[in-house]
Design a protein. Structure first.
Length: 321
């Protein structure tokens, strides 16, 4: 790849292919605020990127700095390869990726007016007015001021006025929230992974018999809380397994290493060193890299790693004093 230490614009469109950019791509004068950047494949940018529009036509693409667009960040539907953003990605407009053969990875937070992602991994959280996720993994939360649509996803939690869920939905944290009743499709199955033995699953070891996923029935498990001040009254609905988690917390669940795994996933690019979960059953090291963590949670989502269901019974003799 050709190394570029300085970016020069001959038109209002910058096209990059087979390049390593050793600087940021930022406007230096008002006339450069409306320029568009097209990534046409095999590009690496060391610094931050600003543009009116960013279009990813092909992978592989890696941007090590923060990214902001005034209008849209768009990954073309026919794009292939790995697209990785190491730091926060934001847009005053939209962030869109529907490419079936592309693997977008956002290793920090996403903030935009609307977000639509397919087959994406997000190590941080997503903040937007409207969010649509299909076949995605979000380690943090999914927070929308208007609407969230989830279809076959693993997410930390969610919170929005309106939430629609389809397919298999896995929650990493004990509770999720909505203002309106959860709109669950007939094919939807919701599971909470708060007490799954993610550490042993990551290593390929047998799961602890005291661990497992917890089913969530949107109607039966819905809890209502009325929030009010002098001017506004709202009904907040939560879908929680806190009661079951509190009961199981009397057992020794520290060995599950879930908190350590999720923290390493969320902070991966910011950590000064890499961490691991010890040794796998095959004798290799269970390194906590973004690629490995991404693959692990997508294996859970697609059923290649089976998480056992938590038993409804607890042995009182196993409770700690």
């Amino acid at each position: 790849m050709k190394e570029l230490k300085e970016i020069r614009f001959n038109s209002n469109i910058l096209q990059l292919r087979d390049n390593i950019v050793r600087s940021s791509i930022l406007p230096e004068k008002a006339s450069e605020l409306n320029r568009k950047i097209q990534f046409q494949g095999d590009t690496e940018v060391d610094g931050a990127v600003y543009a009116h529009d960013i279009e990813v036509q092909q992978g592989d693409l890696t941007v090590h700095g923060a990214v902001f667009t005034q209008n849209e960040l768009y990954i073309q539907s026919g794009a292939k390869g790995n697209v990785t953003f190491d730091k926060a990605v934001a847009s005053a407009g939209s962030i869109v990726s529907r490419a079936a053969e592309c693997k977008p990875s956002f290793l920090s937070d996403i903030n935009a007016k609307s977000v639509t992602l397919y087959n994406a991994y997000v190590a941080g959280s997503i903040y937007a007015d409207e969010i649509t996720l299909e076949n995605c993994v979000v380690i943090g939360g999914v927070f929308a001021s208007q609407q969230i649509i989830l279809n076959n996803c693993v997410v930390g939690t969610f919170n929005a006025p309106e939430v629609t869920v389809e397919g298999n939905i896995y929650l990493l944290l004990p509770s999720a929230f909505s203002l309106e009743p959860l709109n669950a499709a007939p094919n939807c199955e919701m599971w909470n992974l708060s007490l799954a033995d993610l550490g042993d699953l990551y290593r390929g070891a047998p799961q602890s018999p005291e661990s497992g996923k917890i089913p969530i029935a949107p109607q039966a498990d819905e809890l209502k809380a009325r929030l009010a001040d002098e001017k506004v009254q709202k009904t907040l609905r939560s879908y929680s397994v806190v009661g079951k988690v509190l009961a199981a917390d009397l057992l020794d669940t520290d060995k599950f290493q879930n908190h350590f795994l999720l923290t390493a996933a969320a902070l991966g690019p910011q950590l000064l060193r890499s961490y691991d979960l010890g040794t796998k059953v095959d004798g290799t090291t269970a390194k906590l890299t973004p690629d490995d963590i991404r693959a692990f949670f997508f294996d859970i989502l697609h059923g290649r790693i089976q998480v056992q269901t938590l038993s409804a019974h607890f042995n009182l003799s196993s409770l700690q004093a």
